[in-house]
Ligand binder design. Structure first.
Ligand SMILES: *Cc1c(COP(=O)(O)O)cnc(C)c1O
Length: 408
């Protein structure tokens, strides 16, 4: 075949294929710019972004307040060690405590690190209060808590786990939302119960209020810490600041990350004073965590997404999106279920989610998969109603194409 008949491959794509570890299958465009809920590729083509950096870019692209905070912070200290006091970190911790159940915060750099820290805190808490025998964890089917060894040990997906075994022993998986099964497994040997109030990667499954309430009661009774992983569903994504709020129960520990610092890497572990009391200087740490720059930006994000008017808008737009999905997506013959809350939705399909993801590119729509058969919508929380209409229309057109191409 004549080489000139091949479309030229952008240099960034060629270099990626040659030099980057191939742990992602990327589409063949290069993103260069963003504005609001839209991304633009190297050819100037626009994409309506319903991925938002996987629930990271809550305020979209080019938010003036974030850009200014970054610029100002860059003129000051970017990083100093956690060996020293810095003001933005202290103020961010105060803000997180004041808007949550928590008394104290530990900072890190990613979701998996936050989970890793939470597991360690639960281990130490159990050891100090009960003894060395209480080391097990309980997690749930379809859970996703991260990729490092500890967090991976509590992640249910077999495909992510199997190549790296043996993992941390003593983790039990219980069917999600099955309180009776949880009751069997949460014994006095369990130190921590880890649950996403709305599961993300595993397919957008919502924990019922009764389930979270039941877990709270079981954990209190058996002396296990209840750990809510709100890395994806927290910080306004579900229409309330915390996804567990509607259940009326509080955890002992909560992990945060994704949207926390406006696209900069940051994780946080929020905890009660009782948990904090078992941790002493030197017990855990992080070189990069919560430097002045990242904390300045995170303060902006937290203030914005925790504002009651902002959250009311997310709720209202979430209800609007729910209606649109019910009208235009649920009836499609390839669609088995539509579920979610706020601006976090899963569309379970009869076809592989990746087929839908890949077909959506032709309509300039970015969506991602959650598990094998669920298409996930996580638009920036600043999305407008006309943009929601556009997102749903593009998704409907995509599904129509997928259905037609199956017949052909
Ligand atoms: C993304 C995610 C993680 C892992 O976060 P990373 O920053 O990718 O390490 C953990 N838990 C949940 C619920 C997540 O969605």
């Amino acid at each position: 075949m004549n080489e000139t008949t091949q479309p030229p491959v952008h240099e960034a794509i060629a270099l990626e294929r040659r030099y980057v570890l191939q742990t992602y299958r990327r589409p063949d465009f290069v993103l260069v710019h963003g504005e609001g809920v839209r991304l633009f590729d190297e050819k100037g083509r626009a994409y309506l972004d319903a991925v938002a950096g996987i629930a990271v870019n809550a305020l979209g692209y080019g938010d003036p307040e974030i850009v200014t905070a970054l610029r100002v912070a860059a003129e000051g200290l970017i990083h100093v060690s956690n060996l020293y006091h810095t003001e933005p970190q202290a103020r961010l911790a105060q803000a997180l405590v004041e808007c949550s159940f928590a008394d104290r915060v530990f900072f890190c750099n990613s979701g998996t690190e936050a989970v890793e820290a939470a597991l360690k805190f639960a281990r130490k808490y159990a050891r100090e209060h009960y003894g060395a025998y209480k080391t097990q964890f309980v997690a749930f089917t379809h859970s996703f808590h991260g990729r490092t060894m500890g967090a991976l040990s509590t992640t249910a997906t077999e495909k992510y786990r199997a190549p790296f075994e043996p993992l941390v022993p003593g983790v039990h998986f219980v069917p999600f939302n099955d309180l009776r099964a949880a009751q069997e497994v949460i014994t006095d040997r369990v130190c921590g119960v880890l649950v996403e109030p709305i599961q993300g990667e595993g397919g957008v499954h919502l924990a019922t209020a009764e389930f979270l309430q039941g877990l709270r009661a079981l954990c209190t009774e058996r002396g296990a810490l209840l750990i809510f992983d709100e890395i994806q569903c927290g910080l306004g994504r579900s229409g309330t600041l915390w996804a567990h709020e509607p259940s009326g129960v509080s955890p002992d520990i909560m992990t945060l990350a994704k949207p926390l610092a406006g696209g900069l890497p940051m994780g946080a572990v929020l905890m009660t004073q009782a948990v904090a009391d078992v941790m002493a200087p030197g017990d855990h740490g992080s070189t990069f965590a919560a430097g002045p720059l990242v904390c300045q930006v995170a303060q902006v994000v937290l203030r914005r997404v925790s504002a009651p008017s902002f959250l009311a808008e997310v709720r209202a737009k979430g209800e609007y999106l729910a209606t649109r999905l019910t009208q235009h997506i649920r009836p499609h013959r390839l669609v088995r279920d539509v579920r979610g809350r706020g601006l976090m939705w899963g569309i379970e399909c009869d076809v592989e989610a990746l087929t839908v993801v890949n077909t959506a590119y032709r309509y300039g729509l970015l969506v991602c998969a959650a598990g094998t058969h669920v298409v996930r919508l996580l638009p920036p929380l600043i999305i407008t109603r006309p943009e929601i209409d556009e997102m749903v229309d593009k998704l409907a057109a995509t599904l129509a194409d997928v259905a037609q191409e199956m017949v052909a």
